[in-house]
Design a protein around this ligand. Structure first.
Ligand code: NAD
Length: 250
């Protein structure tokens, strides 16, 4: 039997009950990783992901809100108690409140920043002592192509995804001397609940507008995450990798 690319590595994936996080959790399990599956709601979905992960390697459910300090700390503690350390952290949990500025409440901004940015900051902070002890330390943050393009109906979201690029670059510089790589992925439009509101017609139009003529899949993003998490990505530091079918080109 050949070894997987992440054999024996210990990974926490936030927001892994569905969508891109689920895709990453399953792909990493297939490569031999032990996977901490964080989710805040949707226990049944998370349990199904755990079942799939356990068929491939081994996993642990980590229920908690990444925006809450006590939850983030508890998740890290519970994972380390079970597996003895952390090699890879994937900050994937995110929310997108689709509103223009006039329709937005201050609470929308606060919640978006708390989940998308504060959550990643907290997980990085609490995982850091363990990542430093790992010979394979990796942090992967999920940004968005909208960080570069902007959006007419998502100022808070775009602000949060741009902030994640700052977090990525600064932490990459700070942690590179410890052999920990920190990078971000900037997905284009990916087929998950985040675009569940699209009508059939909107999906068709969206696909047509992408140079490669299709909406992306969680698997497309999980492949990029696997590259960054594996030994193949060990010299990639502080980068933002676009995975968008060419839509960043116009
Ligand atoms: P999704 O809505 O399908 O899944 C988001 C996940 O995050 C869910 O598991 C949800 O339970 C979890 N989550 C939300 N709030 C949380 C919290 N406070 N604590 C813990 N978990 C929480 O979204 P997705 O499309 O899979 O997106 C995953 C990431 O990729 C997000 O950060 C998103 O911004 C980013 N992204 C997605 C797209 C896209 O087109 N789908 C494009 C660019 C970037």
């Amino acid at each position: 039997m050949t070894e997987g690319m992440l054999e024996g590595r210990k990974v926490i994936v936030t927001g892994a009950s569905r969508g891109i996080g689920k895709g990453i959790a399953i792909k990493f399990a297939r490569e031999g990783a032990s996977v901490g599956i964080n989710y805040v709601s949707g226990h049944e979905d998370a349990r199904c992901v755990l079942e799939e992960v356990n068929e491939l390697s081994r996993g642990l459910l980590l229920n908690g809100d990444v925006a809450k300090e006590e939850d983030a700390l508890m998740m890290v503690d519970n994972f380390v108690k079970r597996y003895g350390g952390i090699d890879i952290l994937v900050n994937n949990a995110g929310i997108y409140i689709r509103k223009d500025m006039e329709g937005s409440f201050v609470e929308d901004y606060d919640r978006t920043m708390n989940v998308n940015v504060r959550g990643a900051f907290l997980l990085c902070k609490f995982a850091l002592p363990y990542l430093k002890r790992s010979p394979y330390g990796r942090i992967i943050n999920l940004s968005s192509q909208l960080a570069y393009k902007g959006s007419t109906h998502g100022t808070a979201y775009v602000t949060s995804k741009t902030a994640l690029i700052g977090l990525t670059r600064s932490l990459a510089l700070e942690l590179a001397p410890y052999g920990i790589t920190v990078n971000a992925i900037a997905p284009g439009t990916i087929d998950t609940d985040i675009i569940a509101g699209y009508t059939k017609e909107q999906r068709k139009e969206r696909a047509e507008s992408i140079p490669i003529k299709r909406i992306g899949t969680p698997g497309d993003i999980a492949d990029a995450a696997l590259f960054l998490a594996s030994d193949m990505g060990s010299y990639v530091v502080g980068e933002v990798i676009g995975v968008n079918g060419g839509s960043a080109l116009h």
